[in-house]
Design a protein around this ligand. Structure first.
Ligand code: SF4
Length: 323
């Protein structure tokens, strides 16, 4: 069992672009170790072949139409029918779509006037439906995922929503309480007020049934995860975690941590430097509550972004005899 995401088929799965090409994507390739990718090519699905005339979005009489170049054929109805049937009953945790495509692109697709000039940018037809039906799911293009902050937020959401979907399926109040306990610090680093609300929902003072509680919890979970981790809130969480060890550390250990925390505040040290130290203390002092916190590993470590190559030279640049 793995999280499921829908991926544009031309991103490494098939030579299905209009010119028969394929776009290799290291990110999609890597994700497949931990995520089930469901490839889809909306243009193939509506019966267009490979190669084919490219399509574009044209604004005609106040409506977006999907028009094939040269032939001028209007494919809007065919595409709308496919999209409607495709989205019926799908249960996934995210989308990775091909940038700039009039079918798959997200927010970066050229929209033309009937005279052939570009007058706006928007979503491809397939992407638009994904955004409308699933506004709370992470929906990104392969281009945007090259940004580490966007990549991490995407994975954090995919894996958190997947774990929550498992809890929902279990219909177990205990599992919901465990989920909230495990994700508490992670959620606090995103949104303090929503995390407090989630705590109240899970406490269930009104003694509501599981379905009611889970439905309300899900609404606020989506709100909490709307934005990526916030630096100020993350610093609060790091201070809070330090509190678990304060009586067991030397003053030099604490000073080092606080120095790094200040550098993290200034953006000169990555979060991983601090979570790495905390994790070593969690092991050393067997701090079980923190050991379970999703804050430290919100997605599988195998999917961590690669360190910039030049930070760790693959060969010895200084030994002239070796090179
Ligand atoms: S961008 Fe979308 S429609 Fe175009 S080839 Fe890729 S999967 Fe097919």
């Amino acid at each position: 069992m793995k999280p499921k995401i829908i991926v544009s088929r031309c991103l490494g799965f098939d030579h299905c672009r209009y010119d028969g090409s394929i776009i290799p994507s290291q990110i999609v390739e890597k994700l497949q170790e931990e995520v089930e990718c469901i490839p889809v090519c909306p243009e193939l699905a509506i019966g267009l072949g490979v190669p084919r005339q490219p399509v574009r979005i044209v604004f005609i009489d106040g409506e977006r139409r999907l028009i094939q170049d040269k032939s001028g054929e209007d494919l809007t109805l065919r595409m709308s029918a496919f999209i409607k049937s495709f989205f019926e009953g799908i249960d996934v945790q995210g989308f990775i779509l091909k940038a700039k495509s009039p079918s798959c692109g997200v927010r970066d697709v050229k929209i033309y006037t009937p005279q052939g000039t570009v007058f706006a940018q928007g979503n491809g037809f397939f992407a638009q439906e994904a955004l409308t039906r699933h506004p709370h799911l992470p929906i990104e293009t392969e281009k945007r995922l090259e940004n580490i902050a966007i990549y991490e937020h995407f994975l954090q959401k995919v894996f958190t929503l997947y774990e929550f979907s498992q809890v929902k399926a279990s219909q177990s109040m205990k599992k919901l309480v465990d989920f909230h306990t495990r994700y508490k610090l992670f959620l606090l680093a995103h949104h303090q007020r929503e995390t407090q609300l989630l705590g109240k929902i899970v406490a269930n003072a009104e003694k509501n049934d599981f379905v009611t509680v889970a439905r309300e919890y899900e609404i606020h979970l989506h709100q909490a995860l709307k934005r990526a981790m916030n630096r100020k809130l993350t610093i609060n969480v790091l201070y809070h975690a330090l509190g678990y060890f304060k009586d067991r550390l030397t003053s030099r250990e604490k000073q080092l941590f606080l120095r790094l925390l200040e550098q993290f505040r200034q953006g000169t040290v990555p979060l991983a430097a601090l979570t790495g130290i905390l994790r070593s203390w969690i092991e050393r002092f067997e701090e079980e509550y923190l050991a379970k916190q999703a804050f430290f590993t919100p997605y599988p470590e195998e999917l961590q972004p690669k360190i910039e190559k030049d930070n760790l030279p693959p060969r010895n640049y200084w030994d002239w005899e070796e090179s």
